[in-house]
Design a protein around this ligand. Sequence first.
Ligand code: BGC
Length: 751
Amino acid sequence: MKQLKIVAVAVLFAFMACNPIVEKSGNEIDQKVENLLSQMTIEEKVGQMNQYNGFYDATGPAPSEGDAKNKYGHLKKGWVGSVLNVKNVKEVREMQRVAVEESRLGIPLIFGLDVIHGQKTLAPIPLGESASWDLEAIEKSARISAIEATATGQNWTFAPMVDITRDARWGRVMEGAGEDPYLGAKIGAARVKGFQGDDLSADNTMAACAKHFTGYGFAEAGRDYNTVDVGTSTLYNVILPPFEAAANAGVRTFMNSFNVLNGIPATGSRFLQRDILKGKWNFEGFVVSDWGSVAEMITHGYAADLKQAAEMAVNAGVDMDMESYAYVKYLVELVNEGKVSEDKIDDAVRRILRVKFELGLFDDPYKYCNEEREKKLLYHEAHMNGALDVAKKSIVLLKNETNLLPLKKSQKNIAVIGALASDKTSPLGSWRVSSDDNTAISVIEGLEAYGKNFKYAKGPEFVTSEVSFYENVEINATDRSGMKEAIALAKKSEIVIMVLGEHGCQTGEGRSRVNLDLPGLQQELLEEVYKVNKNIVLVLMNGRPLAITWADEHIPAIVEAWHLGTQSGNAIAQVLYGDYNPSGKLTMTFPRHVGQCPIYYNHYSTGRPGPSTGVFWSHYTDESNDPLYPFGYGLSYANFEYSDLQVNSTGENEVTVSVEITNTGKVGGEEVAQLYLHDKVASVARPVKELKGFEKLYLKQSESKQVKFILTSKELGFFNNDGEFIVEPGEFEVMVGPNSVEGLSEQFELK
Ligand code: BGC
């Protein structure tokens, strides 16, 4: 076998020397790709387009029966381009060895994994992290994920998810950056940079993947995998921009999505993948299907059978088939029948090989396989510090009415209540395919660093089943054991910290909910405790906006702590005691009631917006239109005042906006100043407001700073319904403030 390979390489060099196409092509990698491509049989080409889930224990004996034997045979024949979910160096090395040493051309595999918010050391879930509005911290967090993931042999992450999400019922809102395309684009780009670094060929950077292309976040009724039907304006102005930003940031791969978009499965959409992504945006990386999404075109009623699904997918621009077995089974046949051109196959293979060359896999296929490094880097102290930093920044202070917070360090007689307070797994959140259970610092552990000034009562059990990514969690709704003790403890305490919310495994893929309440007996527990002690600090741990309207009306202090990852309890304790002044702001609107979903700040105006008396205006008869907490909202232990808003036209299609911000509070703190724009009359109606700038800044006590924003065509324009970006003259309103509903505003005219 080895000898054969040497022959192949020799032929390859000879080919390089005399092929005129090579001289013409742009760069060294393209030449290498062309040369290799010319050596490949059609079966080997199709093989590069085939991705399998890890199908055998690579460190054990080779599979000798069933499907695994078949796939193992494919691996040896060079009919597998990538494998996902192979989780450690030993296994990666062994599988890579088979591909490199036993297949004819020895093309290395690319190893994919969902490294969503960390490998072992976990950062907050992405929705939580987005609440930091801190692009530097977010990029650093992705960098840490990449360092740990590559140390375990991975070189491709299926992140970032840049789906815009407006419906809190959808379980995957935890995986993205919330509802705003402007912020989502910036965060997506920062995460791409973090994963890919400056040099993709380094051994601690990995290819990123913008997913899910597209519309997945708009699943009807928030039910996962559901139909998506959206208008052109929303598609161009809301859904696509974060993907385009990821492409511009150099993301090497895209993943398409499970859903039907306006009648066509995204996986089979030429419009999305060929016209927009590879056409208009000139994307040069490759597109992988979502898990089995090629085959799902059959159940969508779009393809008659797997063979037709393969034909449709490849013609639509899907370069790699994840786990549908459609390409490996039918593409060669389809090429022979003339239903798929070899040019399309070549194009797909070129894209895949290019990424492999860029990663440096041909120079050293084992470059990510070093057990020493693996041992040294997982849970590295520097990563733990980074995770703590971003976890603190992700916390959002929702309410602090009687200045119950920050807690005084001398405060005695504190009760801590709630099963989640001692949970060391739930705070890790969802989408953590490689992490270890029981590795989060719990709230109790975090508080212990501040002394033994509290007593803990768990209250009723929260989860009554084993928790796993693959199973639904069962929540206790009947067994009230523990309730009495918790109430008794609250009664004799001065302050009660209640830790309530969702279990980490109640969010993520396949975890849509129709209720946005505190699940199980938690609401009852909260109300019972409130009856005996009103000094409650509610610490929420959840993966989606919750409709905690009762709590907002009654509980004096509320802290949104998401699922903050490994350093959860430390971050929460530092915020509760004021060692870190909270600076996070919501990136998804919190509804007052689940019936308001989807609810988002950048909506259009109806013809009857109100508020009005009577019946015939756009409203609910049994709930207000207002959110519980708006997009961009979050408090601090400091106070920030906005003054002196100035708007000046500084050039053609350029407007400068400045504002003065003063910290009038008693401590230093960070504020996220936000700029919103409203184009008042346009050829396609524009939303009532849209975020078009933000800056996070630190202000010492009594300090003032001027913040300046420059609006250019990019911020002033929009996509019309033909997908063209245009800037129209006319009246605009600009607002600058601490969130999407408060602030100073001015009008200006764009000439
Ligand atoms: C998810 C993707 C993920 C893939 C591989 C799918 O079910 O939708 O986001 O990357 O599985 O794990």
